[in-house]
Design a protein. Structure first.
Length: 263
């Protein structure tokens, strides 16, 4: 099984090269951003916005935390797309070779799911390095909050990869692009379903605010509630990722049995 995991990672060799460049680029840009927020032009702009009463200090602080989230997500996204493994296997006709391996189809599939954790581990380690640089240069976000964002982002990417594996097995070789789109749509639908009450509350607040009802105005705390989840309640997306991966694996095994173990 170790050999299959290494084979899957080697299929992502080009992605790993892009990942290495991303780490260097993100680290440089992140350092420039946090220094500018602390001492440079972005800090001056924030002060002018507060002085002009265009936004409260809390709102400015929240806006400043958005770019670091994207900085930390870039390396995870660069290394987390599993569809390239299926595309490479299809071009090499690996399914013919896999049938002769002394491993059952569920175990071969398990190796592919374990690759998700291997890639997530690589992305997390790289992001911890970036988070260390950002937290050392400025106090926009604490290192603990950055760790929460890292694990939350890794969980989202892991769920996307689990859906991608499921759809690739369901659709077969040559439909990897369709699997990517379906994975993103499924992930978005799952998020809307889990946070339906929150989105409903936000929509009602916006509607009430448009009608001039002051009690319907949405507070910044509710608007940026997802940031609190990412920073301080990272265990929620981590648990969701574990449930999604296990459910995806179970469904994929059922599909494999119908396809007579072709993977």
């Amino acid at each position: 099984m170790k050999g299959l995991i290494l084979k899957d990672i080697m299929c992502l060799k080009k992605q790993l090269m892009i990942f290495a460049y991303c780490i260097v680029g993100v680290m440089v840009v992140a350092a420039m951003y946090v220094l500018s927020c602390r001492f440079g032009n972005l800090a001056a702009v924030g002060e002018k916005i507060i002085e002009g009463a265009q936004a409260s200090p809390l709102e400015v602080d929240y806006m400043a935390t958005i770019p670091p989230i994207f900085f930390l997500l870039i390396p995870l996204v660069a290394v987390g797309d599993m569809t390239n493994v299926f595309a490479a296997d299809g071009k090499a006709s690996f399914a013919r070779v896999a049938g002769s391996l002394p491993l059952s189809a569920p175990k071969r599939l398990l190796a592919r799911y374990l690759t998700i954790f291997a890639l997530a581990g690589i992305g997390i380690l790289a992001d911890i390095l970036v988070a260390g640089v950002m937290s050392a240069l400025a106090d926009i976000l604490t290192f603990g909050a950055l760790l929460g964002i890292i694990f939350s982002g890794a969980s989202v990417v892991a769920m996307y990869s689990a859906f991608a594996i499921l759809y690739c097995i369901l659709l077969g070789h040559g439909k990897e692009s369709v699997a990517q789109v379906l994975s993103l749509l499924t992930l978005g639908a799952l998020y809307l379903l889990l946070r339906w009450e929150k989105w409903k509350e936000i929509a009602l607040s916006i509607a009430a605010s448009d009608r001039g009802e002051t009690e319907g105005e949405m507070s910044i705390e509710r608007l940026w509630d997802f940031l609190e989840t990412l920073e301080h309640r990272a265990y929620i997306p981590v648990l969701c990722a574990l449930v999604v991966i296990c459910a995806s694996y179970g469904l994929a095994v059922l599909i494999l049995r119908r396809k007579r173990g072709v993977i």
